[in-house]
Design a protein around this ligand. Structure first.
Ligand code: F0G
Length: 354
């Protein structure tokens, strides 16, 4: 039997050697690539979801964090820090714990989904809510790591990108080729950078003979790359990607341009509509930010911009349980509450219309 050993061990030949000195893993990666027939019907394409909510802490961040924490361990680091909209903090806290390190996280004031906050606390991180947004947190975390004996584990740390690029390898290993289009949400832009690096390295290694187009989607109220300038006060219900000045901005533009792809904006309404389709019509529960890739694909399909039969992979980046409040609303925004009923089979059958 093959036991999945985490992304560093599985892809050691395509990763820097320093990651294998003191590997810290929680068994991340090896996530499902799910055929989404309902999305085929809606787009005319052949659509697969890379379900990154299946990682140990419920988001794709674990791929990068195993690498960042392993590198920190090899250097003998004792303390790590990150800025986060939530998922990075949950992941950093878990991997730091596994490595016996202390973890500090800087999160924006009041805009973190409860599931993520509780993960960071459960794993014993020191959580500081900064009076500012994510971009302010990242500036502070970078300065802290420059001036104090603390390792920065945000995606500006190149080891994070190395770990995250393994998702491209898995997509190709599952499909047997590169997709025509790879769609995903864009926040701080580390993930689109990592996927593009992964695909290019598989091309160089002769594992694929062509590259996908990279289609990135930002939330309309937090779309600096689309607008062409930083956004001072980014706003979106997709708090994970509520970012106004992405650290990997230039790399995201390179991925877009070199691949012949796009980076476009989707509104909160479009994100929530896609979120609903994924959960209620496909069967995959994701957090709102994670639905941005599907929202973008659906939007471009409506505009006639998705070639018939194109093979599309959408990365759904984080689990729905991270931020479940959005499921408890009807399409009109009203609160959904369970119907109360007596423990009587006839009444229950009645309520079910049987
Ligand atoms: N989806 C989710 C669920 C995320 O948590 C993030 C980023 C993204 C998409 C965007 O990825 O930043 O690489 O472009 N979350 C970071 C965090 C910022 O702090 O957890 P990106």
């Amino acid at each position: 039997a093959h036991i999945w050993r985490g992304v560093i061990n599985e892809y050691a030949d395509l990763l820097p050697a320093h990651l294998t000195e003191k590997t810290v893993t929680l068994g991340e990666g090896g996530t499902p690539l799910v055929a989404a027939r309902r999305l085929n019907e809606l787009t005319g394409a052949e659509v697969y979801l890379k379900v990154e909510g299946m990682n140990p802490t419920g988001s794709f961040k674990d791929r990068g964090m195993t690498a960042a924490i392993s590198a920190a361990a090899a250097r003998g680091a004792k303390v790590v820090v990150c800025a986060s909209t939530g998922n990075t903090s949950a992941s950093a806290a878990a991997y730091a714990t596994a490595a016996g390190m202390t973890c500090a996280v800087l999160v924006p004031d009041g805009k973190i989904a409860m599931g993520k906050l509780s993960q960071a606390i459960a794993h014993g991180a020191t959580l500081l809510q900064v009076d500012g947004n994510f971009d302010d947190c990242l500036v502070a975390a970078r300065k802290l790591a420059e001036a104090y004996p603390v390792e920065l584990v945000n995606s500006v740390n190149p080891d994070r990108i190395e770990g995250q690029k393994t998702a491209s390898f898995e997509v190709v290993d599952a499909l047997g080729s590169a997709p025509d289009i790879h769609a995903l949400p864009v926040g701080n832009a580390g993930n689109i950078t990592a996927y593009w690096k992964g695909y290019r390295e598989y091309l160089a290694a002769g594992r694929i003979d062509r590259l996908p187009q990279m289609w990135g989607f930002q939330a309309a109220g937090a779309a600096p790359i689309v607008k062409g300038h930083p956004i001072d006060a980014p706003e979106t219900i997709a708090t994970a990607i509520r970012i106004g000045n992405p650290a990997s901005w230039a790399q995201a533009e390179a991925a877009r341009d070199e691949s012949g792809g796009v980076i476009e904006a989707v509104t909160d309404d479009e994100i929530l509509a896609a979120h609903r389709i994924l959960s209620a019509e496909v069967g995959v529960f994701v957090e709102p930010a994670s639905a941005a890739g599907a929202a973008g694909l659906l939007k471009r399909a409506e505009q006639g911009l998705v070639p018939a039969g194109a093979r599309v992979v959408i990365t759904v980046t984080g689990h729905g349980l991270k931020d479940p409040q959005w499921a408890l609303r009807g399409a009109d925004g009203s609160e959904v509450t369970p119907q109360r009923i007596s423990a009587d089979v006839v009444s229950i059958a009645d309520a079910l219309g049987l």
